[in-house]
Write a protein that binds this ligand. Structure first.
Ligand SMILES: OC[C@H]1O[C@H](O[C@H]2O[C@H](CO)[C@@H](O)[C@H](O)[C@H]2O)[C@H](O)[C@@H](O)[C@@H]1O
Length: 568
């Protein structure tokens, strides 16, 4: 098959950068100094850009500049830096205060009716109770003096992922909301959506997370899916009315010049698809020194800037980091996220288009229904034309040959489809539109079963053990959930039993991990039941919003019979 791709002809906007704040710039200096002073062991750079000022920025900066320094690198002593930090900053977590969710009760009426086993039920109630631990409200200090904080103001309460992730995250919120719905906490779920709509109204899109250093990028766009799930349970038309304008704005964002790539096939048919594209070309403030070190391979400034943009765009994808975004899977410096058309992103945007049509129908807006059904049909065709690989029975990410270089068109080659097995190759199953052809679903299911991704304790992210956290052997709750729900919705009997089998494995590994460590984890090792995941650039985290959400969702769907053991 021969296709032609065309990028925006004049590439306008591809050098777009959203300016950061003087506070973030200063905190990055503190962070780099702290790395020199305290050393690499146990160093979490994010902690420093999350600090709040006790005094105004100029007074704090002056005190910092006056610290005694020694040696070539101007190192500050441990004692001096500790005193400086204690004197001039509040703790990183002080800007969000604990909040008692208004709709939390220890055992909600009708909670997980299909869970019959008492041991599993009492664990599920403990997981349900974790919503209290993870609920926060932006402090009055942030609302009154936002210039002293990197935390961004929000109108409503939030549920955070946990541990170092002390602020709201965009795509995590979808699975948090799914769990809150199982917990019958509808008001808390709506409050999260209200906050994300506030992001769209304030910044034009939903931010990666609720901090000043996240304003240059978004995350996998699942706001419409959140509204859809809440509406399904509550029939709250007012929520739909409030959300629709924000969703239209968000749809325009993901189809703007920087995100949209048009692909022309041999028949002259144009297909529009979207890519991740962070509006940033410097080291990420939350990991500045390490990003700089990785970029030191590049001599030219524009190559460095491109690398930084690709790194930030990988963070935008939610898969930070993964071999999915690398031209050479063993070389981090070959990150090329902006030169890839990702399957999952386009599935999320397709879902957004279908949801917008659904909401417009609820509100009686016929012309929006028609135009968004048309947009969805076009994107479905694009997904099938560009990503579908008939021989493999999977949808594969597509690499643009000429990267982000501005060019009117380029010849499309079948070999530009990335044939490595990634869980994202099966995400189209999540959308009912791909279930129309039962033979195709069966083909995809077989391909999934023989892909090597299905393991004793869940679905692996990829088959490549790269040391990056979005690769083998890690399994992530969102990926388990979308594939399981997709298999389930396909209506095929065999797909349903495969879905249930994977859900049971996932619930067991979460349970055994919880019993061993007393915590729910951000990611799990799919090779070993009961073990949490590793790799990546920060220590494995606990809490954990989306893992709790997926366990509760699975237990609600599949239940747990009285006589089924939950051990590994
Ligand atoms: O600090 C490094 C990166 O941390 C975040 O990414 C990871 O945690 C998020 C919260 O659970 C999750 O949404 C994401 O999928 C994880 O990879 C953050 O989103 C990144 O932007 C940041 O660079």
């Amino acid at each position: 098959m021969s296709l032609t791709t065309s990028l925006s002809p004049n590439c306008s906007g591809t050098d777009t950068v959203v300016a950061t704040t003087p506070l973030v710039t200063f905190l990055v200096r503190v962070q780099e100094t702290a790395l020199g002073t305290f050393g690499e062991e146990d160093f979490d750079p994010k902690l420093y850009v999350d600090l709040s000022l006790k005094f105004n920025l100029s007074k704090t900066q002056k005190a910092f500049d006056e610290l005694p320094r020694s040696g070539e690198n101007g190192t500050v002593s441990v004692e001096d830096l500790k005193v400086f930090i204690a004197t001039y900053f509040d703790d990183a977590a002080d800007d969000l205060v604990y909040y008692d969710p208004v709709d939390f009760v220890p055992e909600p009426e009708g909670f997980l009716p299909k869970v019959k086993n008492p041991e599993v039920r009492s664990w599920a109630l403990e997981v349900h109770a974790l919503w209290k631990n993870l609920s926060r409200k932006v402090s009055d200090g942030v609302l009154e003096h936002s210039e002293l904080h990197t935390l961004l103001p929000l109108p409503e309460a939030v549920v955070v992922p946990g541990s170092r992730f002390r602020e709201v995250y965009y795509w995590d919120s979808y699975w948090v909301i799914r769990g809150l719905l199982a917990s019958k906490m509808y008001e808390t779920a709506k409050a999260i959506v209200t906050n994300l709509i506030f992001h769209v109204d304030t910044y034009g899109y939903v931010l990666n997370g609720g901090r000043a250093y996240y304003t240059n990028r978004s995350q996998p766009p699942l706001l419409s899916a959140m509204v859809y799930e809440i509406y399904n349970r509550t029939c709250d038309v007012e929520l739909v009315r409030k959300a629709l304008p924000a969703l239209l704005k968000e749809h325009a964002f993901w189809n703007s010049e920087i995100h949209k790539v048009t692909i022309q096939d041999a028949q002259g048919c144009n297909h529009n698809l979207s890519r991740y594209y962070a509006m940033w070309n410097k080291p990420r403030p939350e990991r500045s020194r390490k990003d700089k070190e990785a970029a030191s391979k590049f001599l030219g400034n524009s190559e460095k800037q491109q690398f930084y943009r690709d790194v930030a765009s990988a963070a935008e994808s939610g898969w930070d980091f993964s071999t999915r975004w690398m031209r050479n899977t063993s070389e981090f410096s070959t990150m090329s996220t902006t030169s890839i058309l990702p399957v999952d992103l386009n599935v999320y945007i397709l879902k957004m288009e279908l949801d917008i049509a659904f909401f417009a129908n609820v509100l009686g807006n016929k012309s929006t229904v028609e135009s968004f059904l048309e947009a969805a049909e076009a994107r479905k065709n694009a997904i099938n034309s560009v990503f579908w690989n008939d021989e493999m029975g999977q949808w594969l990410d597509y690499r643009l040959t000429n990267g982000t270089i501005c060019k009117e068109s380029e010849t499309w080659q079948a070999c530009n489809q990335n044939q490595n097995a990634y869980a994202s190759n099966f995400i189209p199953l999540w959308i009912d539109l791909f279930h129309a052809d039962a033979a195709l679903v069966e083909n995809v299911m077989r391909s999934f079963q023989s892909s090597g991704l299905v393991h004793a304790a869940g679905i692996a992210t990829s088959l490549i053990n790269s040391g990056h956290q979005w690769d083998f052997p890690n399994g992530w709750a969102p990926l388990q959930h979308m594939i399981v729900e997709g298999l389930l919705r396909s209506g095929l009997k065999e797909a349903r039993s495969l879905a249930e089998d994977i859900a049971v494995r996932w619930i067991k590994t979460n349970y055994v991990g919880y019993k061993k460590t007393g915590a729910m984890h951000e990611k799990y090792n799919v090779q070993k039941c009961g073990e949490f995941g590793g790799g990546g650039f920060y220590k494995p985290q606990t809490g954990f919003g989306w893992s709790n959400g997926v366990v509760l969702t699975f237990l609600e769907e599949f239940g747990w019979p009285e006589d089924l053991s939950i051990g590994c």
